[in-house]
Design a protein around this ligand. Structure first.
Ligand code: AMP
Ligand code: GLY
Length: 445
């Protein structure tokens, strides 16, 4: 089988790794592969954004399946072009990808589908948006409606901050044309989970939920990034919660898209806040999360390729059951100094053999390239070091040891990925000590 993966970041490295596990005999092509992928895949020199050239290439090369990793090519209609030339592709069409590429469309869709979501409003006029913010008060969330590499959402503690965010998105165009329209959203307190759903247009199969750590700093401080680490599984999750997410959020959304003539076939990613009133959606993405894929896919024991092929060929997922490892995975992203702001490139990377050879460590490269002097940095997020273990603590140790041992100048990473899970576990232990609890609790009165 000949498979083309479009995209060259950490998510696409993980997809290539999983597909080659599912089908070791397959030939996997990747557009402009990063420095960690080159040994196992065939490079294709076409950039992931050149949809015309990619469709032509895939057709001439008799490709059996194209897997589109990033949102950019999906939003610009790569899958539509591939469909046109008869190449099966895993990923939504341009119309269905609007669920991510236009947050204002997503808001309208969610309202129509009646899914539990943050209260929100869209604006193209700065004055009207300011008035709405003054009326609703803070905390409040201001988002560029278009694609902004995961950085377009600003959680604001005060009205002044929100007005500044608005100014920077709409007037200064901090995220370019993505800020022509903004979505202002109610702030929802709670813990976040990322849910991946393989979708065939009508039905979905949910994958293991994970948790992403989006802020650059330890303790979840500083600006949002594309994601500094993730872990799975999550003790907060349960079969009942996942059924609720499927029935109340995923299925009604797929039905609303289908009603719009935009059947979603591919991977629907739901960013969900677990609030006191139940799970509520704050964003949809039209592709796998990065770095969530780096923990979810290593725990998937059954094939990913089979359901992807089924969806890409226009089939149905009915009866598909995914099998999961009983272990845990945690990934730590090594980033360049300065990220998510401007960062240097071309720093030499050293990966010790002990890390390379550790069967419980998987290194998924993102911004790396094989230069004349070996491996070098070429992006903001450089490598995701995924640790595997029977328990989450073991997975965390493996990931952190690897992150510490890999060297490049200016390396930054968070040593606290998964802290919410560990804090929960500690709380559960202290709750389980009955004597202390009965002393601490006030009597029935
Ligand atoms: P997004 O770009 O929509 O994924 O948002 C980035 C981050 O901002 C999310 O991971 C959340 O931590 C936070 N966020 C976004 N929307 C909301 C919301 N309505 N309430 C609270 N936090 C939010
Ligand atoms: N990690 C968040 C995202 O992929 O959008």
């Amino acid at each position: 089988m000949r498979i083309l993966i479009v995209g060259n970041g950490g998510r696409e490295h993980t997809l290539a790794w999983k597909i080659l596990r599912d089908a070791p005999e397959a030939t996997v092509f990747v557009t402009q592969p990063n420095g960690g992928m080159t040994s196992r895949v065939e490079p294709v020199a076409i950039p992931s954004g050149d949809t015309v050239a990619l469709a032509g290439w895939a057709s001439a090369q008799n490709i059996d399946l194209v897997v589109v990793g990033p949102e950019g090519p999906l939003a610009s209609g790569l899958v539509d072009r591939l469909e046109h030339v008869g190449i099966p592709a895993f990923g939504p069409t341009k119309a269905a990808a609007r669920i991510e590429s236009s947050k204002s469309y997503a808001e309208i869709l969610m309202l129509r589908a009646g899914v539990p979501a943050a209260v929100s409003a869209s604006f193209t006029d700065l004055g009207e948006a300011s008035a709405y913010i003054r009326e609703h008060g803070a905390p409040i969330v201001v988002k560029a409606s278009g694609l902004a590499a995961g950085k377009g959402a600003i959680v604001c503690e005060t009205v002044d901050e929100a007005l500044q965010a608005l100014e920077s998105i709409m007037a200064d165009r901090a995220f370019g044309e993505a800020g022509r329209e903004v979505v202002v959203q109610e702030f929802m307190p709670g813990e976040e989970i990322s849910v991946f759903a393989l979708a065939d247009g009508r039905d979905a199969v949910l994958m293991l939920p994970s948790q992403d750590y989006k802020r650059v700093g330890e303790g979840d401080v500083g600006p949002n990034t594309g994601g500094m680490g993730a872990y799975a599984p999550i003790s907060l999750s349960s079969d009942a919660l996942m059924s609720q997410v499927e029935d109340e959020i995923i299925k009604p959304t797929l039905a609303a898209l289908a009603e719009d003539g935009a059947e979603f076939r591919g991977l629907l990613y739901a960013g969900i806040m677990l609030t006191e009133s139940g799970p509520r959606i704050f964003e949809f993405n039209c592709r796998f999360g990065d770095p969530e894929a780096q923990v979810v896919l290593p725990l998937l024991e059954s094939s990913l390729l089979d359901p992807m092929l089924e969806v890409a060929r226009g089939g149905q997922l009915g009866g598909t059951i995914l099998e999961w490892s009983s272990g845990a995975a945690l990934t730590t992203v090594l980033a360049s100094e300065g990220y998510p702001g401007p960062y240097p490139k071309g720093r030499r990377i050293h990966i010790p053999e002990s890390v390379r050879d550790d069967p419980d460590v998987l290194l998924f490269h993102a911004g790396t390239t094989s230069g004349a002097h070996g491996l070098e940095t070429s992006g903001g997020r450089v490598i995701a070091a995924t640790g595997l273990g029977t328990t989450l603590s073991q997975a965390a140790s493996k990931s952190r040891e690897a992150a510490t041992a890999i060297e490049f100048s200016g390396k930054q990473f968070r040593k606290d990925i998964g802290w919410r899970e560990f804090a929960r576990a500690e709380r559960d232990v202290s709750m389980a000590q009955p004597e202390e609890v009965s002393q601490a609790e006030p009597g029935p009165g």
